[in-house]
Design a protein around this ligand. Sequence first.
Ligand SMILES: NC(=O)c1ccc[n+]([C@@H]2O[C@H](COP(=O)([O-])OP(=O)(O)OC[C@H]3O[C@@H](n4cnc5c(N)ncnc54)[C@H](OP(=O)(O)O)[C@@H]3O)[C@@H](O)[C@H]2O)c1
Length: 250
Amino acid sequence: MHDYQPRKDLLHDHIILVTGAGDGIGKAAALAFARHGATVILLGRSERKLEAVYDEIERQGWSQAAVHPLDLAQATAEDFIRVAAAIDKEFGRLDGLLHNAAELGTLTPLALYNDTLWSRVMQVNVTAPYLLTRACLDLLARSSDASVVFTTADVGRRGRAYWGAYGISCFALEGMMQIWADELEGGTAIRVNSIDPGPVATAMRRNAYPGEDPGTLRRPQEIMNRYVYLMGADSKSVTGRAFCAQGEEH
Ligand SMILES: NC(=O)c1ccc[n+]([C@@H]2O[C@H](COP(=O)([O-])OP(=O)(O)OC[C@H]3O[C@@H](n4cnc5c(N)ncnc54)[C@H](OP(=O)(O)O)[C@@H]3O)[C@@H](O)[C@H]2O)c1
């Protein structure tokens, strides 16, 4: 699977929304999807970072992207309905949705976890992807092969001390993925999977492991193989599965 080679135009004519598209893995995914022919919709909280990704896509001559700045920590159900309405107006459907934006919170014993931070991490990492998926269902249903991917982590597949709200949010995402997959299988062409990127040199990884040499880790653009696979026709009808971008499935 890791030697999978996607066709260069695998995602031609695909409309794909990526959250947290301004930096790290989300930025690399948006660029990888665009490189394979997709039109990407870039969602994130920093308009400046999203514009930089937009400009890079334009510079490469790939399909023109769209930009939707939104702070997921503040976003309400109405905000997600507005995002979906804007996509509907511009594109009329959605073929892919990569939930990638997340906040780390702090690495703290559960008994000492800060309540306000708990709520924020749950809002960004769990409630926002739920509300965005729900708001986009009609758009996804208009695709002949729609792929929804939730980003999780190894600490969301096996509990580990001190990972607190972040670890629990990843468990919640795995559960949400399975429930959506089960509910949507059969009656729709929407498939739903999760992916654990593994250790990747990004800002979040630096915050979690400040003493680590990032040079020992893969860079975001080096782990895109399965992300592209999950968005394209080669994974058609694959649903309800937990993937790893590096190494074998758990
Ligand atoms: N890196 C790893 O080793 C690793 C391992 C396992 C899982 N993951 C998962 O991979 C995904 C990507 O993480 P990353 O490592 O690429 O981290 P990152 O570089 O920190 O990127 C996270 C992205 O999410 C955005 N974001 C955070 N809070 C947001 C909010 N309130 N509203 C909108 N956007 C927000 C960030 O925006 P700003 O740029 O404005 O901060 C950034 O673009 C996450 O789901 C993470 O849990 C990463």
